[in-house]
Write a protein that binds this ligand. Structure first.
Ligand code: PMP
Length: 427
């Protein structure tokens, strides 16, 4: 098959007629398949059900009986150590919370808004608050900052992370810029991992606003698809401390996609000064998080190397799914010159770029054929992709056969909409 971009109008019409027939055939299958969210599948959940068996009424609590009571605001020592190991930081910099890191992020933004960080003016008293948003990015981050009415500014990303020239220009000169959302490893949705140089440039920022913070969401720190090659992000907390900017970062992490999403454990790591400030507010908000669930996770992963082995099992389940998507996309689209997509080394997503102006229509056609995708535009602030090009694919949830079919239907929709766009351009 020739590149679609090289076809003349008649050829485009004829290929379009063929692809339309395939599309109608797929529609007649009446499928109902969902590739919208990065949810672990049934087998992945099964790997972690043992978490529920580790601490029960027969557990020899000993001193740990006080974990069943109120108190211990920043989390049990074992859990602080667990997250410190994951984030390569020290346990005294960690607070262990409840089940969701997104809730911690919301809380942190909320504290900046109502009370301010470290004695700075609360953001609600300022006329304008801006947040930098590397794009494409995670829709729920953007939803939080939109919820608070902050202006969101798109920052383009390349294979090393956000455009740091632009980040420096905004952060170092504009006092209304108070934060940036970052997913430093296996970014959602691009799979990009920030280079050491990018981390260092973050650490050496000279923010115009004293209360500017980097929201470093390390959600995929453990989520390698392969034993090698693997990404590794430099420790931002240490880099900031060494650069004389110890309070610059809030780092987030959770076991949502390690054990049980919704019933995992989440944590924040930051400087001691930030931590004390957070705990002061948190002591008003709660008396202590679910320490028994923290303990369950510690018991579940107590054997040496068990966390790594567990993540390798997760990867063994996820790899064939990413391979399936990659194979179908390559087989169906690679020669046509109408799209590009990522082949990530970890995380939960494939980021697909269609021809400009096509993403919304592709997602709509998929929906009409029974395949639900993340809405087009969701990977950008305000749901507005300026190029209407990016689509996030989430391969994890569907069983392999369904995933193959859903991806095939997706490629048919991509072809159909691209052909229509080209016909429009050549008319
Ligand atoms: N951050 C990112 C980048 C994510 O992709 C997700 C889950 N999709 C979350 C946070 C949510 O994490 P949690 O379950 O800990 O709230």
């Amino acid at each position: 098959m020739k590149k679609y971009t090289k076809l003349n109008h008649e050829e485009l019409m004829s290929v379009h007629a063929q692809v339309s027939k395939e599309y109608e055939r797929m529609k007649a299958l009446n499928v109902n398949l969902n590739m919208a969210r990065g949810k672990p599948d049934f087998e992945q959940i099964h790997l972690s059900l043992g978490v529920l068996d580790t601490v029960d009424s027969h557990y020899p609590f000993g001193d740990k009986i006080n974990y069943c009571n109120y108190g211990i605001l920043d989390g049990i020592d074992e859990a602080k150590q667990f997250f410190a190991n994951i984030l390569e930081t020290s346990p005294d910099q960690v607070i262990v919370y409840g089940n969701s890191s997104l809730t911690i992020m919301f809380d942190q933004i909320s504290r900046g808004y109502t009370h301010g960080y470290l004695g700075n003016k609360p953001w609600c008293q300022l006329d304008k608050i801006k947040f930098l948003c590397p794009v494409p990015g995670y829709d729920r981050h953007f939803a939080i900052t939109e919820h608070f009415g902050f202006e969101m500014i798109n920052i383009p990303m390349d294979e090393n992370g956000p455009d740091m020239d632009l980040v420096e220009e905004y952060v170092n000169n504009d006092e209304s810029v108070k934060g940036i959302w970052c997913v430093p490893q296996y970014s959602n949705p691009t799979g990009v991992t920030y280079s050491d140089e990018v981390v260092q440039r973050f650490a050496h920022l000279k923010p115009a606003a004293k209360d500017f913070r980097i929201f470093w969401d390390n959600a995929y720190v453990l989520h390698h698809l392969h034993t090698s090659p693997r990404a590794h992000v430099m420790d931002i907390l240490k880099a900031c401390k060494d650069a004389g900017n110890p309070n610059l970062v809030f780092e987030f992490c959770s076991t949502s996609k390690v054990t049980l999403p919704g019933a995992g454990v989440a944590a924040l790591a930051t400087s001691l000064e930030n931590k004390a400030d957070i705990l002061k507010h948190m002591s008003i908000q709660c008396i202590g998080h679910d320490k028994i669930n923290q303990l369950r996770h510690i018991e579940f992963f107590k054997r040496p190397n068990s966390l790594n082995k567990h993540m390798e099992k997760q990867a063994r389940l996820l790899r064939p799914k990413f391979d399936t998507v990659s194979i179908v996309l390559s087989h169906e689209l690679s020669r046509l010159n109408i799209a590009t997509w990522t082949k990530p080394l970890g995380g939960y997503f494939v980021s697909f770029n269609a021809m400009e102006g096509c993403a919304k229509e592709i997602v709509k056609r998929c929906q009409e054929a029974g395949v639900t995708l993340t809405s087009a535009g969701a990977t950008y602030p305000y749901g507005k992709d300026p190029h209407d090009s990016n689509i996030r694919l989430a391969p994890s949830y569907l069983p392999l056969d369904d995933l193959q079919l859903a991806t095939e239907i997706f490629t048919i929709c991509v072809k159909l909409v691209s052909l229509e766009k080209l016909m429009e351009q050549k008319a």
